[in-house]
Write a protein that binds this ligand. Structure first.
Ligand SMILES: [Zn+2]
Ligand SMILES: [Zn+2]
Length: 440
C-alpha cells in the first residue's frame, strides 16, 4: 500500500502542469449555469480518453427538476458559441434544454462499495477584470466569453475531477466497486444538484466526497474536513404586472406595479425572526417602471431566503410569498413568483471526516487540518449529501485552503493553482484509506 501511495502522489505531482492547463482552458471559455456546453463536452471527451464510461446531458439530468434555466434563445446562442469554441456536436445533441451535466463511471467489475466525487463546473455571470495585474489577464487566459467569468474556482474543481479520474483509473487493478465522477452544472444560484439527485445519480452511493477550493483566510496546505452549517435557501423571481397610464392626466386609471414591489421589499426585510435559529432574507434586485411620466405597469424582483435548517427556510419562504401577494392585492396588480433555485441545510459525517483527516495526514502538502468550520453560506451539494445520508451512506464536504487574489465572486478572483494537486491527492488517498478500513 505504501508503494502504491508513493507512486500515486508522484504521478499527481507530475500532473500539476496538466491541472493548470485544464483549469486555464475552462477559465478562458467560462460558461454560466445550464450553458456549460463546451465545458461538459471537454469533460466528456477527457473521461472517455481515460477509459471511463461516460453519461451526459439528459442521461444524468432530470429536466423537470432544473431550476433557473435561461431562455431557449440564450441556450441556442450559447450552444452555437460552444460549437465554435471546440465542443463536439455529438455531445451537444445530448445536452437538450441546457442539461449540461456529465458523469464518468469507473467500474472495477469487482464487488464493492460505490464512491462518488462531485465537482461543480459553472462560472458566474460577470465581467472579468482587465487589470494587467490580474493574472488571467496578464497571462492570457482571462474569459473570452463576455459576461461569464470563473470567479468561484469551479474551473479548478473541474480540473481536479478530471485528473483524479485519470489517477484512479491508473490504479484500477487495486480498486474495488465503482467510483462515480459527477460533474454538476449550475451550482451558482443553487440550481443544478437537485436535477441530478432526481435522476437517481446518487441512489446507490455509499460514500460521497465534495468540496470547494479557497475559504476566508485559508492558506495553501490548510484543509477543513468536517464542513457543516450550510444554510438552506430558496431563490425566487417575482414579476408584478399592473396598468400603465398617463401620470398627469389619468393616474386613477393606472395600476402601480412599482409601489407594489417597493411595499413588498420593505416588508420582506422584517421577516428574519425565528426562535429555532438563523434566518435571512435579501431583496437583491428591484427593477420597475418605463418612464418618468408613466404610472409603472411592471416590476421585477430577485429575492432569496435562507435558514439554518430546511424548516426555518421553508417558513421564511412561505411568509415571503404571503407578503409578495399581499402587496399585489394592495395595489390591485398581479404577482407571479417563480422558483429560481433551492438548497437544503446539511452536515458532513464526523466519522468520514476523521477518515479524510487520517488519510490527509499522509499528504505532505497538508500542513494544517481543521475539523469543523461552519460555511454560513449555501451549497446545493447538500441535496446530494442528504440523499446519500438518507440511504445510510456517508458524505463529507471539504475545503481546500489557498491564497486568493480577491474574494470569491469578485471580478479579480484568482487562486494559487498548487491547490489543485493538493485536492487531487487528498481525494485519491482517501479512497485508499477507505479500502484499508474496510480491510480490502
Ligand atoms: Zn460561488
Ligand atoms: Zn463555488
Amino acid at each position: 500500500m505504501k508503494d502504491l501511495k508513493n507512486n500515486l502522489f508522484k504521478n499527481i505531482d507530475l500532473s500539476l502542469d496538466e491541472l493548470i492547463s485544464l483549469r486555464r482552458d475552462f477559465h478562458k471559455y467560462a460558461e454560466s449555469g445550464w450553458t456549460e456546453f463546451r465545458t461538459a463536452s471537454k469533460i466528456a471527451d477527457y473521461l472517455k480518453d481515460v477509459g471511463l464510461e461516460v453519461k451526459i446531458g439528459e442521461e444524468v439530468i432530470d429536466i423537470n427538476s432544473m431550476m433557473g434555466v435561461p431562455s431557449k434563445e440564450r441556450l441556442e446562442e450559447y450552444k452555437k458559441r460552444a460549437l465554435s469554441q471546440g465542443a463536439k456536436e455529438e455531445y451537444l445533441n445530448l445536452m437538450k434544454n441546457g442539461a449540461t451535466g456529465v458523469v464518468g463511471i469507473l467500474d472495477t467489475k469487482k464487488e464493492g462499495e460505490t464512491i462518488a466525487f462531485r465537482f461543480d463546473i459553472d462560472s458566474l455571470e460577470g465581467i472579468e477584470s482587465d487589470d494587467i495585474n490580474h493574472r488571467p489577464t496578464n497571462e492570457g487566459f482571462a474569459s473570452i466569453n463576455e459576461g461569464n467569468m470563473h470567479a468561484c474556482g469551479h474551473d479548478g474543481h473541474a480540473a481536479i475531477g478530471l485528473v483524479l479520474a485519470k489517477a484512479m483509473n491508473n490504479i484500477k487493478e487495486q480498486l474495488k466497486g465503482k467510483i462515480l465522477f459527477v460533474f454538476q452544472p449550475a451550482e451558482e444560484g443553487t440550481r443544478g444538484a437537485y436535477s441530478m439527485v432526481n435522476k437517481g445519480i446518487l441512489d446507490n452511493v455509499n460514500y460521497l466526497f465534495t468540496g470547494h477550493i479557497g475559504f476566508k483566510s485559508g492558506k495553501l496546505g490548510e484543509l477543513v474536513v468536517n464542513t457543516g452549517g450550510f444554510l438552506s435557501t430558496t431563490k425566487l423571481d417575482v414579476y408584478y404586472k399592473g396598468r400603465a397610464t398617463h401620470a398627469g392626466a389619468t393616474p386613477e386609471k393606472g395600476k402601480n406595479a412599482l409601489l407594489a414591489a417597493a411595499t413588498a421589499a420593505l416588508n420582506l426585510h422584517t421577516l428574519c425572526q425565528h426562535g429555532d435559529g438563523t434566518a435571512r432574507i435579501n431583496v437583491g434586485v428591484l427593477k420597475a417602471g418605463t418612464g418618468r411620466n408613466v404610472v409603472p405597469d411592471r416590476a421585477e424582483m430577485k429575492i432569496e431566503t435562507r435558514g439554518e435548517t430546511t424548516e426555518i427556510n421553508e417558513y421564511i419562504t412561505q411568509r415571503a410569498i404571503k407578503i409578495l401577494e399581499s402587496a399585489a392585492n394592495m395595489y390591485d396588480v398581479t404577482c407571479e413568483v417563480t422558483l429560481a433555485g433551492k438548497a437544503e441545510s446539511g452536515y458532513s459525517d464526523k466519522e468520514l471526516s476523521l477518515l479524510v483527516k487520517e488519510a490527509s495526514n499522509e499528504v505532505s502538502d497538508i500542513t494544517n487540518i481543521v475539523e469543523y468550520t461552519s460555511l454560513s453560506g449555501s451549497e446545493d451539494a447538500t441535496y446530494m449529501m442528504n440523499k446519500v445520508q438518507q440511504n445510510k451512506g456517508k458524505a463529507v464536504y471539504l475545503m481546500f485552503g489557498t491564497e486568493r487574489a480577491a474574494d470569491h465572486h469578485n471580478n479579480g478572483f484568482d487562486f494559487n493553482e498548487e491547490v489543485l494537486k493538493v485536492a487531487v491527492k487528498v481525494y485519491a488517498t482517501t479512497v485508499l484509506k477507505l479500502y484499508e478500513k474496510e480491510g480490502n
